[in-house]
Design a protein around this ligand. Structure first.
Ligand SMILES: CC(C)(COP(=O)(O)OP(=O)(O)OC[C@H]1O[C@@H](n2cnc3c(N)ncnc32)[C@H](O)[C@@H]1O)[C@@H](O)C(=O)NCCC(=O)NCCS
Ligand SMILES: Nc1ncnc2c1ncn2[C@@H]1O[C@H](COP(=O)(O)OP(=O)(O)OP(=O)(O)O)[C@@H](O)[C@H]1O
Length: 196
C-alpha cells in the first residue's frame, strides 16, 4: 500500500486538505482523531496517562484536554512521555487500517510527522502551509484559545520551512479554490508515479 503522509503546523489546514483528498475517493486516516479515541477508550492507555499526569487527566466526560495541553506544551519531557504512550499504538492501528483499504494510495494526516520520524514510513509526504499570522487567525476563529496557547503549540512543532524542505509536495493553503487545484495536481502526480 502506498502511504502518503500529510502534515503541517497548527492551523495550516491539514484537515481541510485531507477532506479534499477524501472527495477524490482517497481513504484518509486522521492520526490525531485516532489518538484521542484511544486516549478516551483504552483502559490501558487511560491508566498510563493517569500515572503520568495524575487523576486530573480525566473528567467525567473524558480526557481533560485543557489540563493536558497546558502541561505538555509547556514541558517537553511530559510531551515526550505522552507521545511514547500514545504514538506507538496509533502507528500499529494505522498499519492495520491501511491493510484493509482498497485504493491506489492512502493519506495519513499527522500533525507531527517529521518530528517523530514518521515520514520514514511514508512513500510521499505532503506539507500544508500558510502564513504564520493566517494560521493564528484561523485557530482563534476555530477554537476558544489565545495567541499565547497557539504559540506554545507552535514551539513544539517544526517550522514550516524545515518541513517544506523535506517534503515531496507542498500545498500553499490560502484561497480554498486554489488549494483544491493544487490537491488535484498532486493527486494526479501520485497516480502517475504509481503507474511506473
Ligand atoms: C493535548 C490535547 C489533549 C489537546 O487537545 P485540544 O483539543 O486542546 O487541541 P488539538 O487536539 O486541537 O491540538 C492543538 C494543536 O496541537 C497539535 N498537537 C496535538 N498533539 C501534539 C503533539 N503530541 N505534539 C505536538 N503538537 C501536537 C495539534 O495538531 C494541533 O495543531 C490533544 O492535542 C491530544 O490528545 N494530543 C495527543 C495526541 C497526539 O499526539 N496527536 C498528534 C498526532 S498523532
Ligand atoms: N483556505 C482556507 N480559507 C479559509 N479558512 C480555512 C482555509 N483552510 C482552513 N481554513 C479554516 O481554518 C481552520 C484550521 O484549518 P484545519 O482545521 O484544516 O487546520 P489543521 O492544520 O488541521 O489544524 P490543527 O493542526 O490545529 O488540527 C479551520 O477552521 C478551517 O475551516
Amino acid at each position: 500500500m502506498t502511504i502518503v503522509g500529510l502534515t503541517g503546523g497548527i492551523g495550516s489546514g491539514k484537515t481541510t486538505v485531507a477532506e479534499m483528498f477524501k472527495e477524490l475517493g482517497i481513504p484518509v486516516y486522521i492520526a490525531d482523531d485516532e489518538a484521542k479515541k484511544l486516549m478516551n477508550e483504552s483502559s490501558l492507555v487511560k491508566q498510563e496517562l493517569i500515572e503520568l499526569f495524575g487523576e486530573k487527566a480525566y473528567l467525567n466526560e473524558g480526557l481533560n484536554k485543557a489540563f493536558i495541553a497546558n502541561i505538555i506544551f509547556n514541558d517537553k519531557s511530559y510531551l515526550q512521555k505522552m507521545n511514547a504512550i500514545v504514538h506507538p499504538r496509533v502507528a500499529a492501528h494505522f498499519e492495520a487500517w491501511a491493510l484493509k483499504q482498497n485504493a491506489s494510495y492512502v493519506i495519513k494526516e499527522v500533525a507531527i510527522l517529521f518530528e517523530n520520524g514518521g515520514d520514514k514510513a511514508c512513500n510521499y509526504v505532503i506539507s500544508v502551509t500558510a502564513p504564520h499570522a493566517v494560521r493564528i487567525e484561523r485557530v482563534l476563529k476555530r477554537d476558544e484559545t489565545t495567541v499565547e496557547k497557539i504559540e506554545a503549540v507552535m514551539k513544539n512543532q517544526w517550522t514550516e520551512e524545515r518541513k517544506i524542505k523535506l517534503s515531496n509536495f507542498v500545498v500553499f493553503n490560502t484561497l480554498l479554490e486554489e488549494t483544491k487545484r493544487q490537491v488535484l495536481i498532486i493527486h494526479e502526480e501520485i497516480l502517475r508515479n504509481l503507474k511506473f
